[in-house]
Design a protein around this ligand. Structure first.
Ligand code: KIV
Length: 269
C-alpha cells in the first residue's frame, strides 16, 4: 500500500489504521540516510532528539536544542521525496502552550517538518489543543519519556502497574480529545499498547510496545547495529547478514508490514 510513490500524509496513516495495514517509521537525521530510507519505502521519518545521543554523543537527549532540531530536520527535508517528516520538540521547548506553538511553527517553517512530536501525558493537553486549533499536527509521545529520564531515574518500562496502565490509557484519550493526530508509545507492556491502540481512532506508533500498534519505529543506528553499548531488547540488528543499509531497511519495512517484527522477544509484559 505505502511502497508506491504516493506521498505519505496523515490521511495515509489514518487509512492504514482503518484497514488494519501496518506502517513503518525510522529515525533520520541527515540527507544521505534519508534518501535510502525514503527509497526503501519507510513511511515516516522521525527526526528524533535521540540525535543528541547517536549523533552528538551526549548521555541523554536533554542537551538537544531547538536549533539542532531545525538543522537536522532541514537536512532530512532536502532529501525526502515521499515519507512524512515528524520532528521532535526538544527538552523544554513546549513548557507552555504558547512556547509550544512558537517552536513547533519554527520546526515546520524553518525545518520543513510535517508534524511535531511532543513528550508528555495530560500535562501537554493545552499545548496540543493550541497547536491543533492553529492547524499544526501533533504526535503525542506517551510511556517512557526520555526527556524525563532524570526524574524517572532511568529508562524503565512504563505502565506495568494497574494504576499506571489506567493513567496511560486515560492520557491517550485526553490527548486525542485535545486534538492530537498520532500517538507514540515507548516501552509499555504489549497488552497495554494493544488496548490503547484499539481504544483510540488515532494511528499509534510503537517502540518497545509490541506488535499490535498500527506502526513501528526504531532508532536507525540501533537497527543497523552501530549503537555503542547494549542494544535495547525491543530493537533488532537488521544489517546483520545483509550486504547493504538499503537491504537492511527494506527487510525492516517488509517485516513490519508482514507483522513479523516486532516478535514476542522484542516486547515487554
Ligand atoms: O528521539 C527518538 O528517536 C524517539 C524515538 C525513541 C521514538 O523519540
Amino acid at each position: 500500500m505505502s511502497s508506491d510513490s504516493a506521498e505519505i500524509t496523515l490521511a495515509t496513516l489514518r487509512a492504514l489504521k482503518r484497514t488494519g495495514g501496518k506502517f513503518t517509521c525510522l529515525t533520520a537525521y541527515d540527507a544521505s540516510f534519508t534518501r535510502i530510507l525514503d527509497a526503501a519505502g519507510v513511511d515516516v521519518l522521525l527526526v528524533g532528539d535521540s540525535l543528541g545521543m547517536v549523533i552528538q554523543g551526549q548521555d541523554t537527549t536533554l542537551p538537544v536544542t531547538l536549533d539542532d532540531m531545525i538543522y537536522h530536520t532541514r537536512c532530512v527535508a532536502r532529501a525526502r521525496r515521499r515519507a512524512l517528516i515528524m520532528s521532535d520538540m526538544p527538552f523544554m521547548s513546549a513548557a507552555t502552550p504558547v512556547q509550544a506553538l512558537t517552536n513547533a511553527a519554527r520546526l515546520m517553517q524553518e525545518g520543513g517538518a510535517h508534524l511535531v512530536k511532543i513528550e508528555g501525558g495530560r500535562v501537554m493537553a493545552d499545548a496540543v489543543r493550541l497547536l491543533s486549533e492553529h492547524g499544526l499536527p501533533v504526535c503525542a509521545h506517551l510511556g517512557l519519556l526520555p526527556q524525563s529520564v532524570r526524574k524517572l531515574g532511568g529508562y524503565q518500562v512504563q505502565g506495568r502497574e494497574q494504576r499506571a496502565a489506567a493513567e496511560l490509557l486515560e492520557d491517550a484519550k485526553i490527548l486525542e480529545q485535545a486534538g492530537a493526530d498520532v500517538l507514540l508509545l515507548e516501552c509499555v507492556p504489549a497488552a497495554l499498547a494493544a488496548r490503547i491502540t484499539v481504544a483510540t481512532e488515532l494511528p499509534v506508533i510503537g517502540i518497545g510496545a509490541g506488535a499490535d500498534c498500527d506502526g513501528q519505529v526504531l532508532v536507525l543506528y540501533d537497527m543497523l547495529g552501530v549503537t555503542s553499548g547494549r542494544r535495547p531488547r525491543f530493537s533488532k540488528d537488521f544489517l546483520a547478514g545483509r550486504a547493504s543499509v538499503q537491504a537492511a531497511v527494506e527487510e525492516y519495512v517488509r517485516a513490519v508490514k508482514a507483522g513479523e517484527f516486532p516478535g514476542a522477544e522484542h516486547a515487554y509484559s
